[in-house]
Design a protein around this ligand. Structure first.
Ligand SMILES: NC(=O)c1ccc[n+]([C@@H]2O[C@H](COP(=O)([O-])OP(=O)(O)OC[C@H]3O[C@@H](n4cnc5c(N)ncnc54)[C@H](OP(=O)(O)O)[C@@H]3O)[C@@H](O)[C@H]2O)c1
Length: 288
């Protein structure tokens, strides 16, 4: 399907998973696509169609502190219209078991990475008074399950930034989309990290044996192939995201996957329940 107006897309994490599916969908629609990756040789091996279809690889790691300047240069040189931040990974481990450095690294990639790319592209988008910023977030962007505090913190934080940003840049004609996928069939689940200090005890400290932390770590550890229970198709997700960007959208959040719909319903129920349980308290704390 040809795009009504070809535009220039910059996609991080384009060598794999959602980034790869989206890059392919955008190229097939006639857009120019720049794919940011940490390793061009690896990206060329895992996604050879990208170059043959006209995609341009860029050696760019959003998790590096100096990537802001690189993103700014790329966005100016190529006059970027659509930025998609897909690069990311999940750190799985209990709050007590996670070292501060492991949490910082999770934030560096999943929070500061997209933030750098967004800030660097904004001057170009503002100048042309149009464009789109897309964040591939997660169900973990609104629901923090046990053992997923580091990952969920990074996604909650980056979603908050985008929620603010949407209101700030509406006046410049720039659209913001937060994509919240459930479990999808990408290499993501085989790249999960767990607490290094508890490597010899399977990724959790002894006192957490038999708890939800052990269950979450064990469920996600050592997944070399994608479990059958994971039903989400990244190509179908890419088609829906492309339709939203090319066709226009008024919503901020796009939930993807039946599992994520259920998660959102649970979240809304629990927020509603807390609101009703504390409404009287909330209304009773104004000055007399
Ligand atoms: N798959 C799922 O079930 C799922 C569910 C919810 C949300 N998500 C989100 O979807 C996004 C894309 O994930 P995916 O499922 O497509 O997984 P993926 O196939 O593993 O792709 C993730 C990409 O992120 C980049 N990346 C990974 N670790 C990085 C690091 N430490 N520093 C910099 N870049 C790094 C890699 O790009 P290069 O190696 O090319 O640099 C990789 O191509 C992530 O933000 C993830 O949180 C995934």
């Amino acid at each position: 399907m040809a795009a009504t107006r070809p535009s220039t897309w910059l996609i991080t994490g384009a060598s794999s998973g959602f980034g790869k599916s989206l890059a392919l969908a955008a190229l097939n629609a006639g857009h120019k696509v720049l794919g940011a990756t940490r390793s061009i040789p690896d990206a060329e091996r895992s996604f050879p169609e990208f170059s043959t279809k006209g995609g341009i690889w860029l050696s760019l790691d959003p998790g590096q502190r100096d990537s802001y300047e690189q993103f700014a240069e790329v966005s100016r040189e190529h006059d970027v219209d659509v930025l998609v931040n897909s690069a990311g990974y999940a750190f799985i481990g209990g709050v007590e078991d996670t070292a501060e450095e492991e949490l910082r690294q999770q934030m560096e990639v999943n929070f500061y990475g997209p933030l750098r790319a967004v800030r660097a592209c904004l001057p170009v988008l503002r100048a042309k008074r149009c464009g789109s910023i897309v964040l591939i977030s997660s169900g973990a962007g609104f629901q923090a399950l046990p053992g997923r505090s580091a990952y969920a913190s990074s996604k909650f934080a980056i979603e908050a930034m985008h929620e603010s940003l949407r209101q700030e840049v509406k006046t410049f004609g720039i659209k913001v989309l937060i994509v919240e996928p459930g479990a999808f069939r990408t290499p993501f689940s085989s790249r999960l990290l767990t607490p290094a200090q508890y490597e010899s005890t399977d990724g959790f400290s002894p006192d957490y044996k038999g708890t939800d932390v052990e269950r979450m770590v064990m469920m996600t550890k050592g997944l070399n192939s994608i479990p059958d229970a994971i039903k989400g198709c990244p190509d179908k997700a890419a088609t829906e995201i492309l339709k939203a960007i090319d066709g226009g959208h008024e919503y901020l959040r796009m939930i993807l996957g039946k599992d994520c719909v259920r998660a959102m319903e649970q979240k809304l129920e629990s927020l509603h329940s807390d609101l009703e349980a504390t409404r009287a308290i909330a209304s009773n704390v104004d000055i007399d």
